[in-house]
Write a protein that binds this ligand. Structure first.
Ligand code: IPM
Ligand code: SF4
Length: 470
């Protein structure tokens, strides 16, 4: 029987297997950040253990870092987490991209960017959006702090084998529809639990044509559908992205690695536990209106009506979401007024995302009611964007141009949306309080965020582009 890429990678990493028990997996890459690692290191210290493979471990600080005045950290908890990480990395011999490193950035942006993330690997991090790295054809998932300690100590992890799911996306995306809209559309159709217990392989013409940045956006949000991980089989796009990256194999080793990576595809006759197909032509630019990422509609649509709910539970959750978001049932998405725009996060803060947003913003002005922020995902993204003059485009339009970090994605630093105000955000979670207590988040693509910054409302970015090309 044929095997899927998921089973191929999994099986190759099993160190120990026993009927009725989880598998013991070897972990190729362990990424570490300041929020979920302190107790894990304390645990090691208490048990007098070392880090088993510091060279397979890489740390950065991202969640707490200020995006202005980065060396002036006022928040005591933030400062403590950052200095603790520095001390831990020093003591345990782990390489760190600290606040002053040219490689610093959001852990899921810098892993791929530095060439750490490679096809066929098992990758873990104490962070749910580790699924991002699956875009390279690796099994990558988030783990809890006690598991972080286990991986630090042993470079292995006990894991029950997940089920496999294939999502094929075929057809052509219409203008203004991006990877972000694809994954928001899938969530809007399938909900926040459809992936529970599964690793998803995304495939089909649409995925084939996507850049690595776009694939990362899709894999990033797999977790929002409850999946353990999401991945894309590696291909020429993957190999050329990795070629020349700092920690990717070089010269002969690269040629050899590519030869191995090419074998990482699902067999023709591979059987998945579940399969679904998505017609790309059905997807419009999407905007979330509620308090989970599945509460999302086409920009041309409206907030649902209570009477259309399938059951009382759904009705209650709609009611609650509408109250929190300050929206009326049936309200048009295009009528929602926006006061903040955040372009950033591990979902959409890479160079392509910034280019797409800049394309919309060029020569225009941010709406007078809107405060807009661009937070590049890493120092490297920032540098590249500045080399291309994107910062000038944004700043001339009235955007703030910031230093790299998680920032307003979860507002652990000072980048906060005030209570009751609406923010068009390129991040991945719109939970209550995510961007600040009482903050109202709308998840969108970088293009939609840019358009919302200019108009103070959501518009069909596809239509805007058609007008501009006439
Ligand atoms: C802080 C961290 C544990 C958390 C996560 O795991 O995802 C954060 O990155 C998030 O996006 O909510
Ligand atoms: S950018 Fe947001 S989603 Fe990504 S790791 Fe940071 S806080 Fe989590």
């Amino acid at each position: 029987m044929g095997r899927s890429i998921i089973e191929k990678i999994w099986d190759k990493h099993i160190i120990h297997q026993e009927e009725g028990k989880p598998d013991l997996l070897y972990i190729d890459l362990h990424l570490v950040h300041e929020v979920t690692s302190p107790q894990a290191f304390s645990g090691l210290r208490m048990k007098n253990r070392k880090v088993r493979q510091p060279d397979k471990t890489f740390a950065t600080m991202d969640h707490n870092v200020p995006t202005v005045n980065r060396y002036k950290i006022e928040d005591k908890v933030a400062l403590n987490q950052m200095t603790t990480l520095e001390k831990n990395c020093m003591e345990f011999g782990i390489p760190l991209a600290g606040i002053d490193s040219p490689d610093q950035g959001i852990v899921h942006v810098i892993g791929p960017e530095l060439g750490f993330t490679q096809p066929g690997m098992t990758i873990v991090c104490g962070d749910s959006h580790t699924s991002t790295h699956g875009a390279f054809g690796s099994i990558a998932f988030g783990i809890g702090t006690s598991e972080v300690e286990h991986v630090l100590a042993t470079q292995t992890l006990w894991q029950a084998k997940p089920k496999t799911m294939k999502i094929e996306i075929s057809g052509t995306l219409r203008k203004g529809v991006t990877a972000k809209d694809v994954i928001l559309y899938i969530l809007s159709q399938k909900g926040v639990n459809f992936g529970q217990g599964y690793i998803i392989e995304y495939c089909g013409d649409v995925i084939k044509k996507m850049s690595m940045e776009e694939r990362m956006t899709i894999c990033n949000m797999s977790i929002e559908g409850g999946a353990k991980a999401g991945l894309v089989s590696p291909d020429e796009t993957t190999f050329s992205y990795l070629n020349g990256r700092k920690h990717a194999p070089k010269g002969e080793n690269f040629v050899h690695a590519v030869k191995k990576w090419r074998e990482l595809t699902s067999d023709e006759n591979a059987i998945f536990d579940k399969e679904m197909s998505i017609d790309a032509s059905q997807i419009a630019p999407m905007v979330s209106w509620g308090t989970n990422p599945a509460m999302t509609s086409s920009v041309n649509d409206h907030v649902p009506y209570l009477k259309d709910c399938k059951n009382p539970i759904e009705q209650r959750s709609l009611e609650r979401a509408l109250t929190y978001m300050g929206l009326e049932e049936g309200q048009k998405i295009k009528d929602i007024e926006i006061q903040h725009v955040f372009i950033g996060s591990c979902t959409n803060s890479r160079i392509e995302d910034l280019r797409q947003a800049a394309e919309i913003v060029k020569g225009k002005r941010v709406h007078s009611n809107v405060r807009a922020l661009v937070v590049p995902g890493s120092q490297q993204v920032k540098k590249q964007a500045e080399a291309e003059g994107l910062n000038i485009i944004f700043q001339n339009a009235g955007f703030e141009w910031r230093e790299s970090g998680c920032s307003m994605c979860l507002s652990m630093n000072n980048d906060i949306v005030p209570s009751g105000e609406h923010c068009a955000s390129t991040s991945n979670r719109n939970f209550e309080g995510r961007q600040g207590s009482g903050a109202r988040t709308h998840l969108v693509s970088p293009m939609m965020a840019a358009a919302a910054a200019l108009n103070g409302r959501f518009i069909d970015v596809g239509k805007l582009m058609e007008v501009e090309t006439v």
